[in-house]
Design a protein around this ligand. Sequence first.
Ligand SMILES: Cc1cc2nc3c(=O)[nH]c(=O)nc-3n(C[C@H](O)[C@H](O)[C@H](O)COP(=O)(O)OP(=O)(O)OC[C@H]3O[C@@H](n4cnc5c(N)ncnc54)[C@H](O)[C@@H]3O)c2cc1C
Ligand SMILES: NC(=O)c1ccc[n+]([C@@H]2O[C@H](COP(=O)([O-])OP(=O)(O)OC[C@H]3O[C@@H](n4cnc5c(N)ncnc54)[C@H](OP(=O)(O)O)[C@@H]3O)[C@@H](O)[C@H]2O)c1
Length: 671
Amino acid sequence: MIEPRHIQDYNDAASLEPHWGYADRVVPCTNDAGSCEYLDVVYHSHDLGMLYSGILWSVIIGGLLVWGIWNRSHSSSRLTKTITSSIRRRFLPDTKSKFGRYFFGRTTKLQILLLVCITIYLTIFSFIGIRYKTWITPVKKMPGVYNRRSSIGPLADRVGILAYALTPLSILLGSRESLLSVVTGLPYQNFNFLHRWLGHIILLQSLLHTILWLVVELRFYQPQPKVAKEWIVQPYIIWGVVAMILLLILWVLSTSWSRKKCGYEFFRKAHYLLAILYIVACWLHWKQLQCFMLPSLLLWILDRSIRLIRTWLIHYKVLPNGKGGLFEPIQAKLTYHDSDILRLDFDNPNTTTYEIGQHFYICFLKGSIWQSHPFTPLNLPNDSHGYLIRAKKGETKKIMDFNSDLTTPIILTGPYGVDIMKDLEIEDNVLCIAGGTGITFVLPILLHLSKFGLTKGRLIELVWVIRHEKDTEWIKSELEQLRKDENISITIKITRELKVSNSNNNSTISGSSTPMPISKNFDTLQMSGNQKEEIKEKLQNGDIVPISSYSNINNNNNITGEDSGCPCKPPVYTAGSSSSSSSEYKENNQIYDAEKAIEQGVEPHHRPDLRLSVKEFVQKTINGPTCVYVSGPGGMVSDVRDEVALCNDAKKVWNGEEKAEVRLIYDDRLE
Ligand SMILES: Cc1cc2nc3c(=O)[nH]c(=O)nc-3n(C[C@H](O)[C@H](O)[C@H](O)COP(=O)(O)OP(=O)(O)OC[C@H]3O[C@@H](n4cnc5c(N)ncnc54)[C@H](O)[C@@H]3O)c2cc1C
Ligand SMILES: NC(=O)c1ccc[n+]([C@@H]2O[C@H](COP(=O)([O-])OP(=O)(O)OC[C@H]3O[C@@H](n4cnc5c(N)ncnc54)[C@H](OP(=O)(O)O)[C@@H]3O)[C@@H](O)[C@H]2O)c1
């Protein structure tokens, strides 16, 4: 005997009509007239739901194919340049409205537009093609008892189908071993925004599906509570409830609140595990839709397996007898700079190849074998690996605490991300902008151009914003290498080495008669001996020497503080010696920490106007388009993005003015 399901009795069936993704239909219909009409709506709406999902996937696959072909064709016709320039101008900046920032963060308008299109598509196709009606139908063998059948059921199913159809897309968008990156050439991090929002959409759809069916089964179908009790104990409903609970936990753990509370690594591991359990539960809830769950499962397994294989390949060691076997961790050399910066160096393991712009995940065995974090090599591929790590609060802080160790064992996985130099043409001018440790993203580009003699005939500049001048020590040898190339202009902007004047009345910290804080190592300044002496003498006399005195000392090596446009005291370096910490100074017998004061907002920031840097650079170019690379704090990337968008002018590009074509390659973080 076959269980009666979906209000049909299969034992009465003369024949069955298959419907992809749903239970077969009993034909001819053996129910009452109202229920048969209701079943017509159910099956028609379901078939349309499958069709709309098919259209959605056809558009996605077709769009990706076109994108892939475009990406590989390296089309550089005037028309494509004009179109891309116009898209950049309109859609590159992130949203500036308070509402937009709150919901979307620093995301380009292009990503938001894509999300809006998906949302509109899903909203329309959730509701159309359903005949909205209510049927009051008799309950078999219960005279006077009636069921209320309505289009709520087909609507709930339609939303459920779309949620299932979006699941493989969500996995694709969230994978690190990203097929989407292979096709589009975009880094996997760029898809994270849509992955997150698709998660919100799937949650809403699943909630709607669940709530609507609860209303139907707990209120509309009679007699109650008999119907509800029989309904909830069916295995497919139990699995539906399990899937809903898993999805809710998945969603709660993904909010920035719980990511902060439980730690990023817990979120990541839990996310992987809950995602696979959710897929299995969905499969068991509605086996007929395994066409969506099978690819989701395969994509998940593929992502995890490739990761394991790649890690093994890096660490696989050939034994002296010629056979392979050992999985050997890498010993990395540690160099500590300040309290929160660490440089990690080690030889290229198993001659691992990677492209400029790619990053690796590093697991510090002395920290936790369950964690690995992404870091970007600052060297050229095929050289030894060098990494700069800014300690945060989790694993990276633990690593800083190894500070008596000279080396540490690590496991490397990767590379991930994409080649950021593949589209750089020989005539492109290059502007690299970096903030702090973001230098690792742009440094290999300059090293590559310099090493292979590609710097001649184009304008190349590095603008590096750092907190302290001594931060240049992080990459001392690499900077020296770059400085040898007279075609590369290097501007270093310092933001936290300020001191206020003791004699200047516009100082908000006044009354001190002592020279101000000592946060500058004079010997590392790029200037001639005479200039150095002159400035030193002035400072020792208690004079104020504005930062601008240090600017433009060398034609291609500028170390500057930023004093333009600052509403506060301009940063001023003072000399002298002190046993106190670099940023501390005495004021009215009290110790002040300039750095802390800036961080806490007591002292204003002294950040350079990077929009101006971009604008001036583009104005300086004589011929050729410009490619801007940026990596640094979010605000910095946003500023550069806005200015790059403004520098693009489709009309001028169409008229052959190369200067008006400015591309941007930015480091897109998951933070
Ligand atoms: C593609 C990429 C390249 C990076 N390159 C560098 C680099 O060269 N140098 C550098 O100093 N930092 C780099 N980072 C940032 C670095 O990975 C994080 O600062 C580090 O993982 C923080 O670890 P934690 O446990 O101390 O973090 P926590 O203090 O626990 O968290 C701080 C923040 O770091 C982020 N984070 C934590 N763990 C991860 C993770 N496994 N994956 C992604 N983000 C995480 C989260 O957004 C979190 O909010 C890079 C990040 C990405 C995504
Ligand atoms: N993909 C990569 O390769 C990679 C690698 C490492 C880091 N990063 C990115 O780089 C970021 C920087 O890391 P960090 O902690 O080393 O940086 P940081 O020290 O906090 O900032 C670097 C410098 O940038 C200045 N700054 C901040 N916002 C600015 C703005 N809008 N305009 C001009 N200057 C600005 C800061 O000034 P103040 O002193 O006033 O704060 C500081 O001097 C990280 O958030 C990370 O996302 C990327």
